[in-house]
Write a protein that binds this ligand. Structure first.
Ligand code: MN
Length: 210
């Protein structure tokens, strides 16, 4: 029985054009994201079979398969919601205050996040996340779908910089894709994620931490 399922997009495939084309959105959602969902379910099933058979010789492969594919499912599920045809601009309210506190200013955050996205070597993501231990936002560079991030941070804003995310539209010019991304960022979604993360993670990892 599948545990993970492909979520519907909150907008049409063409809704983010010209910043991200309908062709990329359709392939990215219906093929790439679906493959991570299928892969995560397959990894869980194979781990269950291995446990039941008492044959755990493939555990290293299966654990990597689970982390990679579940990571892909989580990352894309956040990414789709982080974008909107009515997006762009800059955040306000509590999110703007948290960004100012954490990074100095929105402009400084945007430069930091952009450099993080442009600097990913190979495939990966730029991530704005809430660190409930420090009680602050952090920018992280995620390798592939699962590497280089500590456990326990909650993603607020994610940008996919795998080549499948932009190559049909922007070829090798990742910088143009990242610049276009800022036109579709759904700041109300990011702000709502911050509210939930703050409320739910205080003391969750380290007792007494904010
Ligand atoms: Mn992707």
């Amino acid at each position: 029985m599948p545990v993970y399922t492909l979520p519907e997009l909150p907008y049409d495939y063409a809704a983010l054009a010209p910043h991200i084309s309908a062709r990329i959105m359709e392939l990215h959602h219906s093929k790439h994201h679906q493959a991570y969902v299928t892969g995560a379910n397959a990894a869980l099933e194979q781990l269950a079979e291995a446990r039941e058979a008492g044959e755990l010789g493939m555990v290293n492969k299966l654990e990597k398969d689970l982390a990679f594919n579940l990571g892909g499912h989580v990352n894309h599920s956040v990414f789709w919601q982080n974008m909107s045809p009515d997006g762009g601009g800059s955040p306000d309210g509590e999110l703007a205050a948290a960004i100012d506190d954490g990074f100095g200013s929105f402009e400084a955050f945007r430069a930091h996040f952009t450099a993080t996205a442009l600097g990913v070597q190979g495939s990966g993501w730029a991530v704005l996340a809430w660190d409930g231990v420090g009680g602050r936002p952090v920018v992280l560079q995620l390798f592939d779908q699962q590497g280089n991030a500590p456990l326990g941070v909650i993603p607020l804003l994610q940008l996919d910089v795998w080549e499948h995310a932009y190559y049909l539209d922007y070829q090798n010019v990742r910088a143009d894709y990242v610049a276009a991304f800022w036109n579709v960022v759904n700041w109300p979604d990011v702000a709502a994620r911050l509210d939930r993360a703050r409320a739910a993670t205080a003391g969750l990892i380290v007792a007494g931490a904010s």
